[in-house]
Every structure is written in structure tokens, then in C-alpha cells.
Design a protein around this ligand. Structure first.
Ligand code: GDP
Ligand code: MG
Length: 302
């Protein structure tokens, strides 16, 4: 402008895709490792802000969207509504697919959600390092967007070990952001409380293990977080299910499944926090929490 100040560009970007395609891995690569999960702002204005990337002139606010589901109950409806409003609200969408495999029905559902949105879409074919026929797979994913008119950019990469390709993609995303003041202070990494952030990681890991048995029938929360002098982070969390029968399913024979969920979540937490983590997990029953507006609110589904 006349004063010679740099114009800032900023916007919200959703990373969508079915489970296990590498969304979290890609987000971590976008942000660089060891991103602090907490921010100077304690309030949680918006569920699912996962990370913020800021340069001198640009800011990307990455928001998570819940998975796309066939609605079966109040939570299912809430989730689809969330996906819909999350996508209506963002400035660009990153759709991640797994190039090791051809598309499934779940990919079609995601494609259906994003296809007609008049905003930049980045189709990211992930896991090129492990894909046998990446070009052929990409063609099939591209076909799911047939008829789409708005601008689409394709990238094939490995979110795990392709930092150059990830930063090129990040630049392309930056270039689509509208002129806006920054939404968050420069130093902010995320607007969730650290407890909420950790609870989301626990929930993700639980969902990965449980998705065939009880799709999205679990909620999570973190009740205590203390730090020892040597830096060890002691985190105590709960996995909430709605029936006694589900409790056993989550815990598994001899507690094996709960241990595995805990280990997977602990590893992720340690990578982010750059500290050793002790994670204590308990499974509790809140009957019918998925249909209970008050319980949903209490668990952060507002
Ligand atoms: P999300 O459920 O979509 O968030 O997926 P995650 O990021 O949790 O990744 C799911 C699995 O895929 C994990 O085991 C990752 O290590 C793995 N993964 C992610 N990106 C890549 C990649 O580029 N190459 C390979 N080979 N594996 C990947
Ligand atoms: Mg994830």
C-alpha cells in the first residue's frame, strides 16, 4: 500500500480424506516437526484447528474436518454437518489419497463433498514411496473429480520423506490465500488447549484401532496433565463409550487393545512434545452420550 507495508494474506485450509491416507503426517510436514500444540490464546474458538503456518506475509490456518460418515445418530448428523460447514468456511481444501491403492467408496464420499465447491482444491496423491502404480492410481482418483469446474492442483508425494515436494505444495497453497489480516498472532501454533489437542490424538488412535467394530462410538478427554522436573509429561485421559459391552471391546483381551491405543497415542504425543510421555488411559461408560446434547457439549462437540 501507500505506506509500503506488506499486504498480508491468510486463510483457512482443510485437510480431508479417509482415515490412514496420511493427513496427520502431511500436516506435520507442512508445519515442520516439533510443533508446540499450545498457544498464547487459551480459549478454543473453533474445534479442529490443528496448526498454523506463518511467514512474514502469509498465514495458513489448517483445520481438521471429521471423517465423512453415513449418518446413523445424532453424532453422525453432527459430524456431517461439521464436515459441511467446515468445508463451506475454508479458503482452500487439501484432499489426501493413498496411491498404494485404488479409490474406495470412502474416497468417493469425500470426492462428492469437495467436487462442487468453488474454491481451490489440492489433490494430493500420498505414499509415492510405497506405491507400485502411482500414476494409474492417481488417474482413478482424478476421475472422481470429473466435471469439477473450479481450480484443481495435483501433487504426488510422500508426506513422510519428501520435504521438498511438501514445501512446494505449501507454497502453492499460500499463493491461493486471499488478502486478509492474520487471524492468529505470529507465534501461535494452534488454538486448542493442550488437553483438547492430546484428547484428539488419543481419539484418532482409538478410532484407527476400533473403526471396524464401533465406528466413532468413542469420545476422549484429558483430565490431568502434569510435568515432572525431568520433563516427563504425565497425561491422564479417558476413553468414553456408551455401553458396558463397548468397554470390553475397547480394552480387548487382557487389555491388549487399550495398551496398543495408548502406545500409539503416546508415540505421537512424544514426537510433538519432544518429551517423554506417560499416558494413563481409562475407559468409562456414559450411557447414550451420542444422543445426549449435554454430554456432547461437555465433550467439546458444540
Ligand atoms: P491419517 O489417518 O489420514 O491422519 O493418516 P496418518 O498421517 O496417521 O498416517 C497413516 C499411516 O500412513 C501411518 O502409519 C503413517 O506412518 C503412514 N504414512 C503417512 N504418510 C506416508 C508416506 O508418505 N509413505 C508411507 N509409506 N507411509 C505413510
Ligand atoms: Mg490423522
Amino acid at each position: 500500500n501507500a505506506q509500503g507495508e506488506a499486504q498480508t494474506h491468510s486463510g483457512f485450509v482443510a485437510i480431508v480424506g479417509k482415515p490412514n491416507v496420511g493427513k496427520s503426517t502431511l500436516l506435520n510436514s507442512f508445519l515442520g516437526t516439533k510443533v508446540a500444540p499450545t498457544s498464547p490464546r487459551p480459549q478454543t474458538t473453533r474445534r479442529g484447528v490443528r496448526g498454523i503456518f506463518t511467514t512474514s506475509t502469509h498465514q495458513i490456518v489448517f483445520v481438521d474436518t471429521p471423517g465423512v460418515h453415513k449418518p446413523k445418530d445424532a453424532l453422525g448428523k453432527y459430524m456431517n454437518h461439521e464436515v459441511h460447514s467446515a468445508l463451506a468456511d475454508v479458503d482452500a481444501i487439501v484432499w489426501v489419497v493413498d496411491l498404494r491403492h485404488p479409490p474406495t467408496d470412502e474416497d468417493s464420499l469425500v470426492a462428492h463433498q469437495v467436487r462442487d465447491l468453488p474454491k481451490p482444491l489440492f489433490l494430493v496423491g500420498n505414499k509415492t514411496d510405497a506405491a507400485k502404480y502411482p500414476d494409474e492410481a492417481m488417474k482413478l482418483y482424478r476421475a472422481l473429480l470429473e466435471g469439477r469446474e473450479a481450480d484443481t492442483t495435483e501433487t504426488m508425494l510422500s508426506a513422510q520423506n519428501n520435504p521438498n515436494a511438501v514445501s512446494v505444495l505449501r507454497e502453492q497453497i499460500l499463493d491461493t490465500l486471499p488478502e486478509n489480516p492474520f487471524f492468529y498472532p505470529r507465534g501461535a501454533a494452534s488454538d486448542q488447549s493442550r488437553e483438547m489437542w492430546a484428547a484428539e490424538i488419543i481419539r484418532e488412535e482409538a478410532m484407527k484401532k476400533l473403526r471396524d467394530e464401533l465406528p466413532y462410538a468413542v469420545a476422549t478427554r484429558v483430565n490431568r496433565w502434569t510435568e515432572r522436573d525431568d520433563g516427563l509429561q504425565r497425561i491422564e485421559g479417558e476413553i468414553i463409550v456408551e455401553k458396558n459391552a463397548h468397554k470390553g471391546m475397547v480394552i480387548g483381551a487382557g487389555g491388549k487393545q487399550l495398551r496398543e491405543i495408548g502406545q500409539a497415542a503416546r508415540k505421537q504425543l512424544e514426537v510433538f512434545l519432544n518429551h517423554k510421555v506417560f499416558l494413563g488411559l481409562e475407559v468409562i461408560v456414559i450411557p447414550g452420550w451420542r444422543e445426549d446434547e449435554e454430554a456432547l457439549r461437555e465433550l467439546g462437540y458444540e
